[in-house]
Design a protein around this ligand. Sequence first.
Ligand SMILES: Nc1nc2c(ncn2[C@@H]2O[C@H](COP(=O)(O)OP(=O)(O)OP(=O)(O)O)[C@@H](O)[C@H]2O)c(=O)[nH]1
Ligand SMILES: [Mg+2]
Length: 297
Amino acid sequence: MSRALSRVANATVAETLKHQAEHQAKRPDQELYRIGVTGAPGAGKSTLISRLASRRVERGAKVAVVAIDPTSPVSQGSILGDRIRMDAVSDDPNIFIRSIPSRRAHDGLADNTADLLWAMEGHDFDEVIVETVGVGQAEYSIRAIVDTVVLVLLPESGDAVQAMKAGLLEMADIYVVNKADLPGAELMAGDIAATADRRADVEGGWVPPVLQTSSRDADSFAALDEAIEAHRAWRQARVDADQVRRARTRYQVQGLISRRAEELLEAMAEDELDRSPKEIYQALLRQLASAPEDGDE
Ligand SMILES: Nc1nc2c(ncn2[C@@H]2O[C@H](COP(=O)(O)OP(=O)(O)OP(=O)(O)O)[C@@H](O)[C@H]2O)c(=O)[nH]1
Ligand SMILES: [Mg+2]
């Protein structure tokens, strides 16, 4: 899995397509169960994931964790701190952990997250926990590619207000007020629960639970683990797997095309950009039509 991820992490579109063509036949019938954990920087996502991963392993699952790290736009360097913060579980043979520097896409998620998840299939794991830094749009995008979305919020951070404004409280399956050892957690959980309850009719019965967790209280993660199981069972009964698969494929292909368009635009000579947008657009379409796997990289 590590090799597959390395291959896809920095791959061009052509290389990604080549990898996918080679592995398409080996795709398992049963996809990994995908748990997305998102929230503001420093919300405690990595800490929470390490606790959660241990619980999932206790259930008998083989768990992969992939943290999509924000790449600093200034340094282009990625802050690869997650490894360290997950030290508690990094020796467990049933947990695979990998940090991947993200290249930001228009939707805030790394532009190749869908391809990375695709590459994680077929390696004898049961589920994957994906850590992404929420920047608003990212939460909506993660919705498209994972099964269960866990939104991690901080007490007294104004996170809840911000999230409500952005409509983010509409998209998570499970809300976690983390660092509940800090003041304000109870109050905040109440506010969110009031909003979450209103969703019940719209969402066809799933009332998103609002949990409080703290790294200082090991038991607090049991409720999160159970909430994930409950959501998984709910989904299995309610959600059309074919429809989900098609929506994911659509998102993935959309990403491949926009990345390819970006590659081509970047490679375009300066003077070609002196043409009208329409001419450039048409030239780009012609180039897109010649498949990138034909060796024009
Ligand atoms: N008080 C308190 N601190 C916590 C808790 N969980 C994590 N922290 C601390 O919060 C800081 C950030 O934790 P991380 O788990 O790295 O948070 P993160 O959301 O993964 O951070 P990024 O990946 O950088 O966005 C660390 O210093 C943790 O020790 C908690 O439950 N209570
Ligand atoms: Mg982290």
